[in-house]
Design a protein around this ligand. Structure first.
Ligand SMILES: [Zn+2]
Ligand SMILES: [Zn+2]
Length: 352
């Protein structure tokens, strides 16, 4: 009997891993550190809100069509029409407990539409909304948010494969969810329309990932490089088992994006002594554009230090600018990926 149990256990483990791969949990709107959050349903079907002891139905044009949540320590104070409830957690889905469209809002700051299953908790007075969304919805949303508007379809398809690989292989940078919606992980906003180029790029590469030694890699990308891409150091984002390579990028090599910035001596000292960690620390202090890349020279000018550099971003993996150029000159997404990620293969995740 023992072999049967281990066989069954093995099957259930494989099944749950496959299920995990099909969805990702994205922590959204975290950059606003919300104390108040609204959840609205403007679609013609019920949004079912599950609380600890009861459930509510959010319906357009009813007395409860929009929920307001306020954080109180680790609790949520919910208000909808005349209803007021205190709860530790809220979940929202459709009647079959599956993904649904809804609009999250932070009063006077932002409203954003999502599709998925919503979980909301509070921690130390801050609301933490997490949307569990279909992997492909997340890929399309990221391709839309992370790409320049004039990007050709084949470069968007390369971006889709890179972003999907990151989502499949790069979990573990956050405790409460798989990924945030900022460039710390990958920038994500609303899902694009199906007919948009980003939507088409996701569909055309459905379930394709970059693999090294038969495993999906934590594929990284950068806005533009310094003429060759970088190999990650210990302080860079996780790269998993893929070693990365310094790849020549013809377009940026011939015509790099150049930048000049001026820093105080104190900030510049932080930069030179701490390498990429220093660049990230300065980004947190002065904004992410304060030092656009890691490739620069410095010269002193009075009390300040002038930085002259090339490239935008960490410079590792896919160069988006180089990919746009390759696509414009006829390369398909597979050629783009094999150029920036030597020794990898494009493989399909198992079908479910
Ligand atoms: Zn993150
Ligand atoms: Zn480049």
């Amino acid at each position: 009997m023992r072999w049967l149990c281990s066989l069954l256990l093995g099957l259930s483990c494989a099944h749950s891993a496959a299920l995990q791969e099909r969805t990702v949990r994205i922590g959204v709107l975290g950059m606003f550190h919300p104390e108040i959050l609204t959840i609205a349903n403007d679609q013609d079907r019920d949004l079912v809100v599950l609380l600890e002891k009861r459930q509510l139905f959010l319906r357009p044009r009813s007395s409860c069509s929009k929920i307001e949540l306020r954080a109180s320590g680790n609790q949520l104070l919910l208000r909808c029409g005349l209803i007021q409830i205190r709860t530790l957690e809220l979940r929202a889905a459709d009647r079959n407990r599956e993904a649904i469209e809804f609009v999250l809002g932070i009063p006077k700051q932002i409203e954003r539409r999502y599709e998925g299953i919503l979980t909301v908790r509070a921690r130390n007075g801050e609301i933490i909304p997490v949307v569990e969304m279909d992997l492909e919805t997340a890929v399309a949303s990221i391709v839309q948010a992370e790409s320049m508007p004039d990007t050709p379809l084949e470069a968007l398809k390369a971006q889709a494969v890179v972003s999907r690989s990151y989502l499949v292989a790069g979990r573990g940078r956050h405790a409460d969810f798989d990924f945030c919606d900022l460039t710390h992980c990958q920038f994500l906003r609303e899902p694009p329309a199906a007919e948009s180029l980003a939507g088409q790029a996701a569909v055309a590469t459905r379930r394709l990932v970059l693999a090294f030694n038969d495993k999906p890699i934590v594929a990284m990308f950068t806005r533009s490089c310094a003429g060759t891409t970088r190999v990650p150091t210990d302080s860079d984002s996780p790269s998993g088992s893929y070693p990365y390579y310094s790849v020549r990028c013809d377009h940026c090599y011939k015509d790099p994006i150049r930048w000049t910035r001026t820093l105080s001596r104190e900030d510049a000292a932080m930069l030179s002594s701490q390498g990429e960690t220093g660049r990230i620390a300065i980004g947190r202090k002065l904004g992410w554009d304060a030092v656009p890349s890691y490739t620069f020279t410095t010269r002193e000018q009075g009390d300040e230090v002038v930085l002259e550099g090339v490239g935008q971003g960490h410079g590792i993996g896919l160069c988006q600018r180089g990919a746009r150029n390759m696509a414009a000159f006829g390369s398909d997404f597979r050629a783009i990926l094999s150029h920036y990620f030597p020794n990898t293969r494009v493989e399909s995740l198992p079908l479910q």
